[in-house]
Design a protein around this ligand. Sequence first.
Ligand code: NAP
Ligand code: ZN
Ligand code: ZN
Length: 347
Amino acid sequence: MSATKAYGAHSATSPLEALTIERRNPGPHDVQIEIRYCGVCHSDLHTVRNEWHNAVYPCVPGHEIVGIVTAVGNHVKKFKVGDKAGVGCLVDSCRECDNCKDGLEQFCAGGATFTYGAPDKVSGGHTHGGYSQSIVVDENFVVSIADNLPLDGAAPLLCAGITTYSPLRHWKVGKGTRVGVLGLGGLGHMGVKLAVAMGAEVTMLSHTASKEADAKRLGAHRFVLTSDEAQIKTVTGYFDFILDTVSATHDYNFYLALLRTNGVMVCVGAPPEPAHIPAFNLIFGRKTFAGSLIGGLPETQEMLDFCAQHNIVSDIELIRMDQINDAYERLLKSDVKYRFVIDMASI
Ligand code: NAP
Ligand code: ZN
Ligand code: ZN
């Protein structure tokens, strides 16, 4: 075991602060990664503040991890010292259930091991995420990052990228699909870039008027301010597919009305409160209200390769580790352009 510098919280109400965690020594199948950058996902904030009622403390968040391989176990085949590597939301799973065999490790029947706050099958205790100097992960849960992708901008692909890529692919979004992306934050801005790259017609649905120019710069063909009744009227019954990335409680019924017949609204945003949706809002128009959780390992690698091919990375604001508490406050005000990424040299 080696003592490793990290940043985390001791309770739901305490700020994040410097602390020390133990990382295991790399086993035969493990890759040790010196973390260079870690993205800041709104899920980090939900978890640290125990909004989903499943947090364990101390809580060291971070699941948009990129860095350089510093050691490998003697059975490791895919990585060598010096390689760029990434770790997303998963660090282990049973590898035997149907979902694992299908590359859907996020739905592992035995319970996937999430990167932070999950029981750690190897070391005991619970897992600690990427707000730290280094991490040790089985090579099957480490992905490769192409040389043309800058490491800082690539970090958010590990969660925001795959979480938006996976439903766009699953519901076969492409040329001719009318897509609405709801919420222009970390997930939303990746959703816009990816849906545009897949050939869809993309509308940004935002409650922040000042984001219009950015939405268009990111590739959105159209911007609709959701609080403006006249603008909403122009897209009522319009979309084939809505990707809902909103982190706060909101009325799903309002957005279901924007779907055309057979339209699909996929919820990736995860506000803590339950939703109320009358059946009639789905029955009329044969609409689908669905959810999606990150993506499995094969699809995460596919997404990274797609991004390398299309030169897609996240628009980031690089912060020092000690700016994390301010960054959380800004996330709550929808004041993010469009992902905070921690420069781990500052830890
Ligand atoms: P984020 O960067 O904070 O973006 C959320 C966006 O939602 C904001 O920028 C804002 O966009 C919109 N929003 C916020 N409050 C709102 C309100 N009261 N009413 C309407 N819109 C509001 O968050 P993120 O990191 O993208 O994460 C978004 C959500 O997805 C979180 O709940 C997170 O936990 C969840 N998530 C889920 C998965 C999954 O696998 N399903 C993976 C990662 C994250 P506008 O200003 O444009 O309106
Ligand atoms: Zn995330
Ligand atoms: Zn499994």
